[in-house]
Design a protein around this ligand. Structure first.
Ligand SMILES: *Cc1c(COP(=O)(O)O)cnc(C)c1O
Length: 400
Protein backbone atom coordinates (compact mmCIF):
# COMPACT_ATOMS: atom_id res chain seq x y z
CA UNK A 1 0.00 0.00 0.00
CA UNK A 2 1.36 3.36 -1.01
CA UNK A 3 0.74 6.13 1.49
CA UNK A 4 0.32 9.73 0.41
CA UNK A 5 1.64 12.82 2.11
CA UNK A 6 -1.19 13.31 4.61
CA UNK A 7 -0.26 16.96 5.05
CA UNK A 8 -2.06 17.71 1.80
CA UNK A 9 -5.30 16.72 3.51
CA UNK A 10 -4.75 19.46 6.08
CA UNK A 11 -5.05 22.11 3.39
CA UNK A 12 -8.22 24.12 3.34
CA UNK A 13 -10.03 23.51 0.07
CA UNK A 14 -8.85 25.90 -2.56
CA UNK A 15 -12.43 26.87 -3.13
CA UNK A 16 -11.98 30.62 -3.42
CA UNK A 17 -11.01 31.02 -7.05
CA UNK A 18 -12.90 27.95 -8.26
CA UNK A 19 -16.06 29.16 -6.52
CA UNK A 20 -15.63 32.55 -8.19
CA UNK A 21 -15.19 30.90 -11.60
CA UNK A 22 -18.20 28.63 -11.06
CA UNK A 23 -20.45 31.53 -10.13
CA UNK A 24 -19.20 33.59 -13.07
CA UNK A 25 -19.76 30.73 -15.52
CA UNK A 26 -23.25 30.12 -14.22
CA UNK A 27 -24.14 33.79 -14.58
CA UNK A 28 -22.80 33.83 -18.15
CA UNK A 29 -24.83 30.74 -19.05
CA UNK A 30 -28.00 32.39 -17.75
CA UNK A 31 -27.21 35.81 -19.22
CA UNK A 32 -25.57 35.19 -22.58
CA UNK A 33 -26.00 38.83 -23.64
CA UNK A 34 -24.27 40.39 -20.64
CA UNK A 35 -20.53 41.04 -20.76
CA UNK A 36 -18.99 40.13 -17.42
CA UNK A 37 -15.99 42.26 -16.44
CA UNK A 38 -13.47 40.86 -13.99
CA UNK A 39 -11.62 43.10 -11.56
CA UNK A 40 -10.63 40.01 -9.64
CA UNK A 41 -7.56 38.65 -11.35
CA UNK A 42 -4.04 39.07 -9.98
CA UNK A 43 -2.53 38.71 -13.43
CA UNK A 44 -1.26 41.44 -15.73
CA UNK A 45 -3.04 42.17 -19.02
CA UNK A 46 -0.55 44.25 -21.04
CA UNK A 47 1.86 42.40 -23.33
CA UNK A 48 5.62 42.25 -22.76
CA UNK A 49 7.42 45.52 -23.60
CA UNK A 50 9.40 45.81 -26.88
CA UNK A 51 12.91 45.69 -25.31
CA UNK A 52 12.04 42.40 -23.63
CA UNK A 53 10.70 40.88 -26.84
CA UNK A 54 13.82 42.00 -28.71
CA UNK A 55 16.12 40.50 -26.08
CA UNK A 56 14.26 37.20 -26.19
CA UNK A 57 14.42 37.01 -30.00
CA UNK A 58 18.15 37.72 -29.84
CA UNK A 59 18.67 35.03 -27.21
CA UNK A 60 16.77 32.50 -29.29
CA UNK A 61 19.02 33.30 -32.27
CA UNK A 62 22.11 32.74 -30.11
CA UNK A 63 20.81 29.33 -29.10
CA UNK A 64 20.34 28.47 -32.77
CA UNK A 65 24.08 28.68 -33.56
CA UNK A 66 26.82 26.32 -32.53
CA UNK A 67 29.18 29.15 -31.50
CA UNK A 68 26.71 30.85 -29.20
CA UNK A 69 24.61 27.92 -28.01
CA UNK A 70 24.21 27.51 -24.24
CA UNK A 71 23.03 24.44 -22.40
CA UNK A 72 22.67 24.06 -18.63
CA UNK A 73 22.91 27.45 -16.99
CA UNK A 74 24.49 28.44 -13.71
CA UNK A 75 22.24 27.37 -10.84
CA UNK A 76 22.51 30.74 -9.16
CA UNK A 77 21.76 32.66 -12.36
CA UNK A 78 23.87 34.43 -14.98
CA UNK A 79 26.21 37.13 -13.77
CA UNK A 80 24.98 39.57 -16.43
CA UNK A 81 21.59 39.64 -14.69
CA UNK A 82 22.85 39.52 -11.11
CA UNK A 83 25.11 42.53 -11.78
CA UNK A 84 22.14 44.57 -13.03
CA UNK A 85 20.01 43.60 -10.03
CA UNK A 86 22.76 44.63 -7.60
CA UNK A 87 23.15 47.94 -9.39
CA UNK A 88 19.58 49.01 -10.20
CA UNK A 89 17.50 47.36 -7.48
CA UNK A 90 19.92 47.77 -4.59
CA UNK A 91 22.97 50.04 -4.95
CA UNK A 92 20.71 52.90 -6.11
CA UNK A 93 18.80 52.57 -2.84
CA UNK A 94 21.96 52.49 -0.75
CA UNK A 95 21.95 48.73 -0.24
CA UNK A 96 25.18 46.82 -0.87
CA UNK A 97 24.86 43.12 -1.50
CA UNK A 98 27.34 40.58 -2.87
CA UNK A 99 26.85 38.69 -6.11
CA UNK A 100 26.57 35.38 -4.29
CA UNK A 101 23.64 36.64 -2.23
CA UNK A 102 21.31 36.88 -5.25
CA UNK A 103 19.65 33.74 -6.63
CA UNK A 104 17.71 33.89 -9.90
CA UNK A 105 14.81 31.48 -10.34
CA UNK A 106 11.56 30.91 -12.19
CA UNK A 107 8.98 32.71 -10.09
CA UNK A 108 8.45 33.67 -6.47
CA UNK A 109 5.89 30.92 -5.92
CA UNK A 110 8.60 28.29 -6.31
CA UNK A 111 11.06 30.33 -4.26
CA UNK A 112 8.64 30.63 -1.35
CA UNK A 113 7.95 26.91 -1.45
CA UNK A 114 11.65 26.06 -1.59
CA UNK A 115 12.84 28.35 1.20
CA UNK A 116 10.25 26.93 3.58
CA UNK A 117 12.03 23.55 3.28
CA UNK A 118 15.24 24.87 4.82
CA UNK A 119 13.70 25.38 8.23
CA UNK A 120 12.65 22.88 10.85
CA UNK A 121 9.09 21.64 10.88
CA UNK A 122 8.81 22.72 14.51
CA UNK A 123 9.19 26.43 13.89
CA UNK A 124 6.30 28.72 14.76
CA UNK A 125 5.15 30.63 11.69
CA UNK A 126 3.49 34.05 11.84
CA UNK A 127 1.17 35.00 9.00
CA UNK A 128 -1.03 38.01 8.60
CA UNK A 129 -4.81 37.68 8.32
CA UNK A 130 -5.76 38.36 5.50
CA UNK A 131 -2.87 36.58 3.78
CA UNK A 132 -1.57 35.53 0.35
CA UNK A 133 -2.66 31.86 0.56
CA UNK A 134 0.63 30.36 -0.74
CA UNK A 135 2.47 31.38 2.46
CA UNK A 136 0.11 29.26 4.53
CA UNK A 137 -0.27 26.34 2.16
CA UNK A 138 3.46 25.77 1.51
CA UNK A 139 3.95 25.38 5.26
CA UNK A 140 0.99 23.06 5.70
CA UNK A 141 2.28 20.85 2.85
CA UNK A 142 5.53 20.47 4.80
CA UNK A 143 3.62 19.52 7.94
CA UNK A 144 4.34 22.81 9.68
CA UNK A 145 1.04 23.47 11.40
CA UNK A 146 2.14 25.75 14.20
CA UNK A 147 0.78 28.97 12.74
CA UNK A 148 0.07 32.24 14.53
CA UNK A 149 -2.18 34.77 12.77
CA UNK A 150 -1.56 38.49 13.08
CA UNK A 151 -4.73 40.45 12.41
CA UNK A 152 -4.68 43.22 9.83
CA UNK A 153 -7.87 45.18 10.38
CA UNK A 154 -9.34 48.60 9.78
CA UNK A 155 -8.52 49.47 13.42
CA UNK A 156 -4.77 49.02 12.85
CA UNK A 157 -4.83 50.35 9.28
CA UNK A 158 -4.11 46.80 8.06
CA UNK A 159 -0.66 46.95 9.63
CA UNK A 160 -0.60 44.02 12.07
CA UNK A 161 1.05 44.66 15.40
CA UNK A 162 4.24 42.93 16.48
CA UNK A 163 3.41 39.58 18.13
CA UNK A 164 3.42 39.46 21.92
CA UNK A 165 4.62 35.85 21.92
CA UNK A 166 7.70 34.32 20.32
CA UNK A 167 7.45 33.33 16.66
CA UNK A 168 10.24 31.96 14.47
CA UNK A 169 9.34 32.69 10.86
CA UNK A 170 7.43 35.84 9.87
CA UNK A 171 5.93 36.34 6.42
CA UNK A 172 5.52 39.98 5.45
CA UNK A 173 4.18 41.27 2.12
CA UNK A 174 4.61 44.94 1.23
CA UNK A 175 2.97 46.42 -0.84
CA UNK A 176 0.41 43.98 0.43
CA UNK A 177 -1.67 41.53 -1.51
CA UNK A 178 -4.62 41.75 -0.82
CA UNK A 179 -4.95 44.94 1.29
CA UNK A 180 -2.73 47.27 -0.78
CA UNK A 181 -1.03 48.68 2.35
CA UNK A 182 2.71 49.38 2.52
CA UNK A 183 5.06 49.31 5.50
CA UNK A 184 6.82 52.55 6.40
CA UNK A 185 10.51 52.49 7.35
CA UNK A 186 9.53 52.97 10.99
CA UNK A 187 7.18 49.98 10.96
CA UNK A 188 9.76 47.77 9.26
CA UNK A 189 12.36 48.84 11.84
CA UNK A 190 10.06 47.48 14.53
CA UNK A 191 9.84 44.12 12.77
CA UNK A 192 13.61 43.91 12.28
CA UNK A 193 14.09 44.76 15.95
CA UNK A 194 11.60 42.06 16.98
CA UNK A 195 13.31 39.51 14.74
CA UNK A 196 16.72 40.32 16.23
CA UNK A 197 15.48 40.11 19.80
CA UNK A 198 13.65 36.84 19.17
CA UNK A 199 16.15 35.17 16.84
CA UNK A 200 13.39 35.06 14.23
CA UNK A 201 13.62 35.30 10.48
CA UNK A 202 11.50 37.47 8.16
CA UNK A 203 10.46 36.35 4.67
CA UNK A 204 9.91 39.67 2.92
CA UNK A 205 7.80 39.53 -0.24
CA UNK A 206 8.12 42.81 -2.09
CA UNK A 207 7.11 41.71 -5.58
CA UNK A 208 4.90 44.81 -5.90
CA UNK A 209 7.62 47.35 -4.94
CA UNK A 210 7.53 48.95 -8.43
CA UNK A 211 4.06 50.29 -7.54
CA UNK A 212 5.46 52.41 -4.68
CA UNK A 213 5.35 56.10 -5.51
CA UNK A 214 5.78 57.79 -2.10
CA UNK A 215 9.48 58.61 -1.89
CA UNK A 216 9.67 57.83 1.84
CA UNK A 217 8.44 54.26 1.63
CA UNK A 218 11.04 51.47 1.54
CA UNK A 219 11.25 49.23 -1.54
CA UNK A 220 13.54 46.69 0.11
CA UNK A 221 13.76 45.46 3.70
CA UNK A 222 17.53 45.93 3.46
CA UNK A 223 16.96 49.68 3.55
CA UNK A 224 16.55 49.02 7.30
CA UNK A 225 19.82 48.79 9.27
CA UNK A 226 20.56 45.28 10.43
CA UNK A 227 17.94 43.61 8.21
CA UNK A 228 20.61 41.43 6.56
CA UNK A 229 20.88 39.54 9.86
CA UNK A 230 17.23 38.55 9.86
CA UNK A 231 15.58 38.80 6.42
CA UNK A 232 15.28 36.95 3.13
CA UNK A 233 13.76 39.06 0.34
CA UNK A 234 11.64 37.82 -2.58
CA UNK A 235 11.30 39.68 -5.87
CA UNK A 236 9.65 38.74 -9.13
CA UNK A 237 9.52 40.00 -12.70
CA UNK A 238 5.86 38.89 -12.84
CA UNK A 239 4.27 42.16 -11.75
CA UNK A 240 7.40 44.26 -12.37
CA UNK A 241 7.56 43.51 -16.09
CA UNK A 242 4.60 41.31 -16.93
CA UNK A 243 6.54 38.01 -16.70
CA UNK A 244 3.65 36.02 -15.17
CA UNK A 245 3.90 33.63 -18.11
CA UNK A 246 7.63 33.99 -18.83
CA UNK A 247 8.62 33.17 -15.19
CA UNK A 248 11.61 34.89 -13.59
CA UNK A 249 12.32 35.90 -10.01
CA UNK A 250 15.14 36.32 -7.54
CA UNK A 251 15.72 35.75 -3.85
CA UNK A 252 18.21 37.61 -1.68
CA UNK A 253 19.80 35.34 0.92
CA UNK A 254 22.32 37.42 2.93
CA UNK A 255 25.37 35.65 4.28
CA UNK A 256 24.93 37.42 7.62
CA UNK A 257 21.60 35.66 8.37
CA UNK A 258 21.54 34.43 11.93
CA UNK A 259 19.86 31.06 12.00
CA UNK A 260 21.01 28.25 14.27
CA UNK A 261 21.44 24.52 14.19
CA UNK A 262 20.19 22.30 16.98
CA UNK A 263 23.72 22.19 18.41
CA UNK A 264 23.83 26.00 18.60
CA UNK A 265 26.17 26.57 15.65
CA UNK A 266 25.25 29.23 13.09
CA UNK A 267 23.69 27.67 9.99
CA UNK A 268 24.76 29.11 6.66
CA UNK A 269 21.39 29.56 4.97
CA UNK A 270 23.02 31.05 1.88
CA UNK A 271 24.96 27.86 1.24
CA UNK A 272 22.03 25.62 2.15
CA UNK A 273 19.89 27.45 -0.40
CA UNK A 274 22.61 27.07 -3.03
CA UNK A 275 22.75 23.37 -2.22
CA UNK A 276 18.98 23.04 -2.40
CA UNK A 277 18.75 24.87 -5.71
CA UNK A 278 21.51 22.85 -7.31
CA UNK A 279 19.72 19.63 -6.41
CA UNK A 280 16.13 20.61 -7.06
CA UNK A 281 16.15 23.52 -9.50
CA UNK A 282 17.67 23.67 -12.96
CA UNK A 283 18.12 27.47 -13.31
CA UNK A 284 15.90 29.91 -15.20
CA UNK A 285 16.34 29.67 -18.96
CA UNK A 286 18.97 31.75 -20.77
CA UNK A 287 16.21 33.39 -22.84
CA UNK A 288 14.30 34.36 -19.72
CA UNK A 289 17.36 35.83 -18.01
CA UNK A 290 18.27 37.87 -21.10
CA UNK A 291 14.68 39.14 -21.09
CA UNK A 292 14.99 40.15 -17.42
CA UNK A 293 18.33 41.83 -18.12
CA UNK A 294 16.68 43.98 -20.81
CA UNK A 295 14.31 45.38 -18.17
CA UNK A 296 17.33 47.17 -16.66
CA UNK A 297 18.36 49.12 -19.75
CA UNK A 298 17.34 52.78 -19.78
CA UNK A 299 14.73 52.09 -22.45
CA UNK A 300 13.55 48.99 -20.62
CA UNK A 301 13.01 50.96 -17.42
CA UNK A 302 11.00 53.55 -19.35
CA UNK A 303 8.88 50.94 -21.07
CA UNK A 304 8.02 48.89 -17.98
CA UNK A 305 7.20 52.07 -16.04
CA UNK A 306 4.76 53.06 -18.80
CA UNK A 307 2.87 49.83 -18.18
CA UNK A 308 2.94 50.32 -14.41
CA UNK A 309 1.61 53.85 -14.95
CA UNK A 310 -1.28 52.41 -16.96
CA UNK A 311 -2.28 50.11 -14.09
CA UNK A 312 -1.78 52.86 -11.54
CA UNK A 313 -4.09 55.14 -13.51
CA UNK A 314 -6.71 52.41 -13.35
CA UNK A 315 -6.21 52.19 -9.59
CA UNK A 316 -6.50 55.96 -9.21
CA UNK A 317 -9.65 56.08 -11.30
CA UNK A 318 -11.24 53.26 -9.31
CA UNK A 319 -10.36 54.76 -5.97
CA UNK A 320 -11.51 58.29 -6.80
CA UNK A 321 -14.79 57.26 -8.37
CA UNK A 322 -15.69 54.81 -5.61
CA UNK A 323 -14.81 57.33 -2.91
CA UNK A 324 -16.83 60.03 -4.65
CA UNK A 325 -20.00 58.01 -4.06
CA UNK A 326 -19.18 57.26 -0.45
CA UNK A 327 -17.23 53.98 -0.50
CA UNK A 328 -14.32 53.57 1.89
CA UNK A 329 -11.35 52.32 -0.11
CA UNK A 330 -7.96 51.26 1.23
CA UNK A 331 -4.86 50.65 -0.87
CA UNK A 332 -4.78 51.55 -4.55
CA UNK A 333 -2.06 54.21 -4.21
CA UNK A 334 1.27 52.40 -3.87
CA UNK A 335 -0.28 49.15 -5.01
CA UNK A 336 -2.40 47.64 -7.79
CA UNK A 337 -4.88 46.35 -5.17
CA UNK A 338 -7.88 48.17 -3.72
CA UNK A 339 -9.36 46.88 -0.49
CA UNK A 340 -12.94 48.02 -0.49
CA UNK A 341 -15.01 48.23 2.65
CA UNK A 342 -18.35 46.67 1.85
CA UNK A 343 -21.23 49.03 2.65
CA UNK A 344 -24.18 48.45 4.96
CA UNK A 345 -22.93 45.41 6.82
CA UNK A 346 -23.11 43.05 3.84
CA UNK A 347 -20.81 40.02 3.90
CA UNK A 348 -18.03 39.47 1.35
CA UNK A 349 -19.91 36.77 -0.60
CA UNK A 350 -23.23 38.65 -0.51
CA UNK A 351 -21.48 41.64 -2.03
CA UNK A 352 -19.84 39.37 -4.61
CA UNK A 353 -23.25 37.97 -5.64
CA UNK A 354 -24.80 41.43 -5.81
CA UNK A 355 -22.02 42.78 -8.05
CA UNK A 356 -22.16 39.75 -10.30
CA UNK A 357 -25.91 39.46 -10.59
CA UNK A 358 -26.78 43.14 -10.78
CA UNK A 359 -23.71 44.69 -12.43
CA UNK A 360 -21.97 41.75 -14.13
CA UNK A 361 -18.72 42.66 -12.34
CA UNK A 362 -16.44 40.12 -10.65
CA UNK A 363 -14.09 40.84 -7.75
CA UNK A 364 -12.60 38.79 -4.91
CA UNK A 365 -14.39 38.35 -1.56
CA UNK A 366 -12.03 39.47 1.20
CA UNK A 367 -12.96 36.55 3.45
CA UNK A 368 -11.22 34.28 0.93
CA UNK A 369 -7.90 35.62 2.26
CA UNK A 370 -8.74 35.02 5.92
CA UNK A 371 -11.39 35.74 8.54
CA UNK A 372 -10.28 39.34 8.97
CA UNK A 373 -11.12 39.89 5.30
CA UNK A 374 -14.83 39.43 6.01
CA UNK A 375 -16.69 42.61 5.07
CA UNK A 376 -14.02 43.57 2.54
CA UNK A 377 -13.58 43.07 -1.17
CA UNK A 378 -10.43 43.05 -3.33
CA UNK A 379 -10.43 44.85 -6.66
CA UNK A 380 -7.38 44.80 -8.94
CA UNK A 381 -6.12 47.45 -11.35
CA UNK A 382 -4.78 44.93 -13.90
CA UNK A 383 -7.70 45.02 -16.37
CA UNK A 384 -7.83 47.23 -19.44
CA UNK A 385 -8.64 50.89 -18.96
CA UNK A 386 -11.92 50.51 -20.84
CA UNK A 387 -13.09 47.50 -18.84
CA UNK A 388 -12.02 49.09 -15.56
CA UNK A 389 -13.98 52.27 -16.23
CA UNK A 390 -17.05 50.39 -17.45
CA UNK A 391 -17.00 48.14 -14.37
CA UNK A 392 -16.68 51.06 -11.97
CA UNK A 393 -19.51 52.91 -13.70
CA UNK A 394 -21.71 49.85 -13.28
CA UNK A 395 -20.82 49.54 -9.58
CA UNK A 396 -21.52 53.22 -8.98
CA UNK A 397 -24.90 53.03 -10.73
CA UNK A 398 -25.79 50.11 -8.52
CA UNK A 399 -25.15 52.03 -5.31
CA UNK A 400 -26.39 55.48 -6.29
C1 LIG B 1 1.93 37.55 -7.86
C2 LIG B 1 2.57 37.36 -6.55
C3 LIG B 1 3.83 36.74 -6.45
C4 LIG B 1 4.62 36.41 -7.69
O1 LIG B 1 4.56 35.12 -8.01
P1 LIG B 1 5.38 34.57 -9.26
O2 LIG B 1 5.49 33.13 -8.96
O3 LIG B 1 6.71 35.26 -9.30
O4 LIG B 1 4.59 34.89 -10.50
C5 LIG B 1 4.41 36.60 -5.20
N1 LIG B 1 3.80 37.07 -4.09
C6 LIG B 1 2.60 37.67 -4.15
C7 LIG B 1 2.00 38.20 -2.90
C8 LIG B 1 1.95 37.82 -5.38
O5 LIG B 1 0.75 38.42 -5.41
Amino acid sequence: MVNVNENYYNLKNDYLFSKITDKKNEYERNNPNKKVISLGVGDVSLPLVPVVIEAMHKAVDELSKKETFRGYGIVQGYEFLIDKILEVEYKKRGVNLDKDEIFIAAGTKGDLAGIAELFSKNNIVALTDPVYPAYRDTNIMLGRNNIVYLNATEENNFIPSIPKEHVDIIYLCSPNNPTGTVFTKGQLEEWVKYAKENNSIIFYDSVYEIFIEDANLPHSIYEIDGAKDVAIEFRSYSKLAGFTGVRCSFVVVPKELKVYRKNGEIANINSLWRRRQSTKFGAASYITQRAAEAVYTELGQRQIRENIKYYKENAKYMKEKLESVGFTVYGGVNSPYLWLKIPSGMKSWEFFDKLLNEAAVVGTPGVGFGNCGEGFFRLTAFSSKEDTQEAITRIINLFN
